[in-house]
Design a protein around this ligand. Structure first.
Ligand code: 2BA
Length: 108
Protein backbone atom coordinates (compact mmCIF):
# COMPACT_ATOMS: atom_id res chain seq x y z
CA UNK A 1 0.00 0.00 0.00
CA UNK A 2 1.21 3.48 -0.88
CA UNK A 3 0.13 7.00 -0.04
CA UNK A 4 0.72 9.59 -2.74
CA UNK A 5 0.91 13.25 -1.82
CA UNK A 6 0.40 15.26 -4.99
CA UNK A 7 0.78 19.03 -4.85
CA UNK A 8 -1.09 20.49 -7.81
CA UNK A 9 -2.25 23.85 -9.11
CA UNK A 10 -5.68 24.91 -7.80
CA UNK A 11 -6.86 25.29 -11.41
CA UNK A 12 -6.06 21.62 -12.15
CA UNK A 13 -7.22 20.07 -8.89
CA UNK A 14 -10.93 19.62 -9.70
CA UNK A 15 -10.29 17.87 -13.02
CA UNK A 16 -7.47 15.75 -11.61
CA UNK A 17 -9.46 14.58 -8.58
CA UNK A 18 -12.57 13.95 -10.72
CA UNK A 19 -10.52 11.80 -13.10
CA UNK A 20 -8.95 9.90 -10.20
CA UNK A 21 -12.30 9.13 -8.59
CA UNK A 22 -13.74 8.11 -11.99
CA UNK A 23 -10.91 5.57 -12.19
CA UNK A 24 -11.87 4.19 -8.78
CA UNK A 25 -9.26 5.92 -6.62
CA UNK A 26 -10.05 7.43 -3.22
CA UNK A 27 -8.90 11.05 -2.96
CA UNK A 28 -8.71 13.65 -0.19
CA UNK A 29 -8.13 17.29 -1.11
CA UNK A 30 -6.30 19.66 1.19
CA UNK A 31 -6.02 23.40 0.67
CA UNK A 32 -2.33 24.20 0.97
CA UNK A 33 0.06 27.10 0.36
CA UNK A 34 3.42 26.97 -1.41
CA UNK A 35 6.24 28.21 0.78
CA UNK A 36 8.01 30.01 -2.07
CA UNK A 37 5.26 31.90 -3.90
CA UNK A 38 3.04 31.93 -0.80
CA UNK A 39 -0.03 31.33 -2.96
CA UNK A 40 -2.65 28.62 -2.65
CA UNK A 41 -2.27 25.20 -4.18
CA UNK A 42 -3.97 21.85 -3.57
CA UNK A 43 -2.51 18.71 -2.04
CA UNK A 44 -4.24 15.48 -3.03
CA UNK A 45 -3.89 12.45 -0.74
CA UNK A 46 -4.35 9.20 -2.63
CA UNK A 47 -4.06 5.85 -0.87
CA UNK A 48 -3.72 2.94 -3.26
CA UNK A 49 -2.16 -0.45 -3.93
CA UNK A 50 1.50 -0.58 -4.99
CA UNK A 51 0.55 -1.80 -8.46
CA UNK A 52 -1.66 1.21 -9.17
CA UNK A 53 0.82 3.98 -8.43
CA UNK A 54 1.78 4.32 -12.09
CA UNK A 55 -1.87 4.74 -13.09
CA UNK A 56 -2.24 7.58 -10.58
CA UNK A 57 0.89 9.26 -11.93
CA UNK A 58 -0.41 8.92 -15.48
CA UNK A 59 -3.71 10.60 -14.59
CA UNK A 60 -1.93 13.42 -12.75
CA UNK A 61 0.37 13.94 -15.72
CA UNK A 62 -2.63 14.19 -18.03
CA UNK A 63 -4.52 16.79 -16.00
CA UNK A 64 -1.79 18.83 -14.29
CA UNK A 65 -0.01 21.29 -16.52
CA UNK A 66 3.14 23.31 -16.03
CA UNK A 67 2.70 27.07 -15.82
CA UNK A 68 4.97 30.06 -15.72
CA UNK A 69 4.03 32.17 -12.74
CA UNK A 70 5.35 35.60 -11.80
CA UNK A 71 5.52 36.18 -8.06
CA UNK A 72 3.21 39.04 -7.11
CA UNK A 73 4.51 41.73 -4.74
CA UNK A 74 2.48 40.28 -1.86
CA UNK A 75 3.95 36.80 -2.45
CA UNK A 76 7.09 38.02 -0.72
CA UNK A 77 5.34 38.70 2.60
CA UNK A 78 6.16 35.26 3.99
CA UNK A 79 9.83 35.74 3.19
CA UNK A 80 10.24 39.00 5.08
CA UNK A 81 12.84 41.36 3.70
CA UNK A 82 14.37 39.02 1.13
CA UNK A 83 12.13 40.42 -1.61
CA UNK A 84 15.13 41.56 -3.66
CA UNK A 85 16.05 37.94 -4.41
CA UNK A 86 12.67 37.13 -6.01
CA UNK A 87 12.88 35.77 -9.57
CA UNK A 88 10.68 37.50 -12.17
CA UNK A 89 9.07 34.22 -13.21
CA UNK A 90 9.12 30.59 -12.03
CA UNK A 91 7.90 27.36 -13.58
CA UNK A 92 5.18 25.76 -11.42
CA UNK A 93 3.84 22.20 -11.59
CA UNK A 94 2.31 20.11 -13.25
CA UNK A 95 2.35 18.05 -10.03
CA UNK A 96 4.92 17.44 -7.31
CA UNK A 97 4.35 13.88 -6.15
CA UNK A 98 5.69 12.09 -3.08
CA UNK A 99 5.12 8.32 -2.80
CA UNK A 100 5.16 7.00 0.78
CA UNK A 101 5.05 3.43 2.04
CA UNK A 102 2.00 2.75 4.22
CA UNK A 103 2.44 0.25 7.04
CA UNK A 104 -1.24 -0.34 7.60
CA UNK A 105 -4.63 1.10 6.70
CA UNK A 106 -8.09 0.47 8.07
CA UNK A 107 -11.57 1.93 8.09
CA UNK A 108 -13.11 1.54 11.51
P1 2BA B 1 5.95 27.01 -4.03
O1 2BA B 1 6.79 26.69 -2.85
O2 2BA B 1 5.13 28.24 -3.97
O3 2BA B 1 6.95 27.04 -5.30
C1 2BA B 1 6.49 27.50 -6.58
C2 2BA B 1 7.60 27.35 -7.61
O4 2BA B 1 8.69 28.21 -7.23
C3 2BA B 1 8.21 25.94 -7.68
O5 2BA B 1 7.45 25.14 -8.55
C4 2BA B 1 9.62 26.23 -8.17
O6 2BA B 1 9.64 26.44 -9.58
C5 2BA B 1 9.94 27.55 -7.51
N1 2BA B 1 10.64 27.35 -6.23
C6 2BA B 1 10.15 26.82 -5.10
N2 2BA B 1 11.06 26.83 -4.11
C7 2BA B 1 12.16 27.40 -4.64
C8 2BA B 1 13.45 27.71 -4.11
N3 2BA B 1 13.78 27.42 -2.85
N4 2BA B 1 14.34 28.32 -4.94
C9 2BA B 1 14.01 28.61 -6.21
N5 2BA B 1 12.81 28.35 -6.78
C10 2BA B 1 11.89 27.74 -5.99
P2 2BA B 1 7.29 23.59 -8.26
O7 2BA B 1 8.64 22.98 -8.00
O8 2BA B 1 6.49 22.99 -9.37
O9 2BA B 1 6.48 23.46 -6.89
C11 2BA B 1 5.09 23.76 -6.81
C12 2BA B 1 4.64 23.66 -5.37
O10 2BA B 1 4.83 22.29 -4.93
C13 2BA B 1 5.46 24.49 -4.40
O11 2BA B 1 4.94 25.81 -4.34
C14 2BA B 1 5.30 23.73 -3.09
O12 2BA B 1 4.01 24.00 -2.52
C15 2BA B 1 5.28 22.28 -3.57
N6 2BA B 1 6.60 21.65 -3.53
C16 2BA B 1 7.44 21.50 -4.57
N7 2BA B 1 8.54 20.83 -4.19
C17 2BA B 1 8.39 20.54 -2.89
C18 2BA B 1 9.18 19.85 -1.91
N8 2BA B 1 10.40 19.30 -2.21
N9 2BA B 1 8.71 19.73 -0.65
C19 2BA B 1 7.51 20.26 -0.32
N10 2BA B 1 6.70 20.92 -1.19
C20 2BA B 1 7.13 21.06 -2.46
Amino acid sequence: MKLLLAIVNNDDSARASAALTEHGFFVTKLSTTGGFLMVGNTTLLIGTEDGKVDEVKKILKKYCTTRKQAPSPTDSLGRGLRQASLPTEVSVGGATVFVLNVEDTMKI
